[in-house]
Design a protein around this ligand. Structure first.
Ligand SMILES: Cc1ncc(COP(=O)(O)O)c(C=O)c1O
Length: 442
């Protein structure tokens, strides 16, 4: 395979036939942006059922951290599958789950001991974290952020404030959730310029929310993505996170750090919150942790995770094959992939920023490592959101053999496997440039 290599009109005949079958029997709630029907994949290359080859800068929504089907990951899974597939880590013991918890305790940025609860997805990591925060503090309420995405089960959905379609006709939601504006410096909720800002939007929480709406001693946790993922790859300023830590410490409120999308090396550090030096109390992890195998983890300060047997559990959580995949993933991240994410991420970011001089459609390029967002606007002054143009660019890139995804109302995310090379990044930039040119002309 050599990406890109587009041989048919898209979707090709085999892809078209499968999409027709899908429409008859699969839930229409899924959001398919373009008609990709995967047949096989390796590293950053994806081949569809008609033999077209794509360069993957989406990684199954920021999941395939070590690239598609990394041979070490596949071998570890194969070895584990031959020993046993399942025993339920909630009722019995097995080494891969213990070893993974030990590995996580060594990398999660929290003081003292760390204990992990294992589930199967990001939303389950959040559910476990919410339950733990309530149990440990004896407090009922949470603060979350507008634009945030934390999952779709009923507890997590109460925090999620990303798109109304995700909530429409699904309420009422878990009570006790209060939303604050997210510190989006490109679209400052207070209309300030980032040069002279001391993260004033933080004051909304301190001086408004905790004064008029909810008493601090009734708040269990603030739930925050250090980089909003679905919200458009918006990076919270370090200063904001540090002030949040000071405030929460003062009131005995926990920080629940949602690293489902920003974690596991994607930003060039194991967890995005590490850039700020802030130590959270609970970290929710999923997506990249097991290179594509289902896994979600709530990792917490050991002194917090003292709930008794029966309080929370999961039949499939901590599946041994997923644990085997996660252990190899963490090794590869530490050995080379976090470094690669930082280096190739800087190269990709620089290339995308360069495109700004050519394309006025690009309003902002931001992110960390290989978690990069490009926000499209109709006018750089007014920052009018270029939503249709964004969708057209994503589709134009697909037709040229580049897989990218939208995020937020008008941003595009680059979230490739962390094995992306500099030359693959150059190909991504070239195709993105072509797609932008086509849309600007139209
Ligand atoms: C930050 C964040 N939290 C939670 C979730 C939910 O994860 P899952 O879809 O695995 O339930 C997502 C998914 O995109 C996410 O980006």
């Amino acid at each position: 395979m050599s990406a890109p290599d587009i041989k048919t009109a898209l979707p090709g005949p085999k892809a078209k036939a499968l999409i027709e079958r899908d429409a008859r029997v699969v839930s229409p709630s899924y959001t398919r942006g373009y008609p990709l029907v995967i047949d096989r994949a390796s590293g950053c290359e994806v081949q569809d059922v008609d033999g077209n080859v794509f360069l993957d800068c989406a990684a199954g929504i920021a999941v395939n951290a070590t690239g598609h089907s990394h041979p070490d990951v596949v071998k570890a899974m194969h070895d584990q599958a031959q020993r046993f597939l399942h025993m339920s880590g909630t009722d019995f013991y097995y080494e891969p789950q213990v070893r993974l918890a030990e590995e996580l305790a060594a990398v999660v940025p929290m003081p003292g001991g760390v204990k992990s609860f294992f589930g199967n997805s990001g939303t389950e990591a959040i559910e476990a974290s919410l339950k733990l925060a309530r149990y440990a503090t004896g407090r009922p309420n949470f603060i979350a952020f507008l634009g945030g995405f934390h999952g779709r089960t009923m507890g997590a959905l109460a925090l999620t404030a990303s798109k109304t379609v995700q909530r429409h006709r699904l309420g009422p939601f878990m009570p006790g959730v209060f939303h604050a504006p997210y510190p989006d410096c490109y679209r400052c909720p207070l209309g300030l310029k980032s040069e002279n800002c001391e993260a004033e939007c933080f004051n909304y929480i301190d001086h408004e929310l905790l004064v008029h709406l909810v008493s601090p001693d009734e708040v269990a946790a603030v739930v925050i993505e250090p980089i909003q993922g679905e919200g458009g790859y918006v990076v919270a300023p370090d200063q904001f996170l540090r002030r949040l830590r000071d405030l929460t410490k003062k009131h005995g409120i926990l920080i629940l750090d949602d690293e489902v999308q920003s974690g596991m090396g994607r930003t060039g550090k194991m967890f995005a919150i590490e850039f700020s030096g802030v130590q959270p109390d609970i970290v929710a992890i999923a997506k990249g942790i097991a290179s594509g195998m289902p896994m979600g983890v709530s990792a917490a300060r050991a002194d917090l995770m003292s709930w008794p047997p029966g309080t929370h559990a999961s039949t499939f959580g901590g599946n041994p094959v997923s644990c085997a995949a996660a252990l190899v993933t963490i090794r590869l991240l530490k050995e080379q992939l976090m470094k690669n994410a930082a280096e190739v991420g800087a190269h990709l970011m620089a290339g995308l920023k360069e495109l700004m001089s050519k394309h006025t459609l690009i309003g902002d390029v931001r992110g960390r490592g290989l978690m990069i967002g490009v926000e499209l606007v109709r006018d750089r002054q007014t920052k009018e959101r270029a939503t249709e143009e964004r969708d057209a660019v994503v589709n134009g890139a697909f037709r040229r053999g580049l897989l990218i995804l939208g995020a937020g109302k008008n941003a595009i995310r680059f979230s490739p496997p962390l094995v992306l090379t500099r030359s693959e990044a150059d190909v991504a930039i070239r195709i993105f440039d072509e797609a932008l040119t086509e849309v600007s002309r139209a």
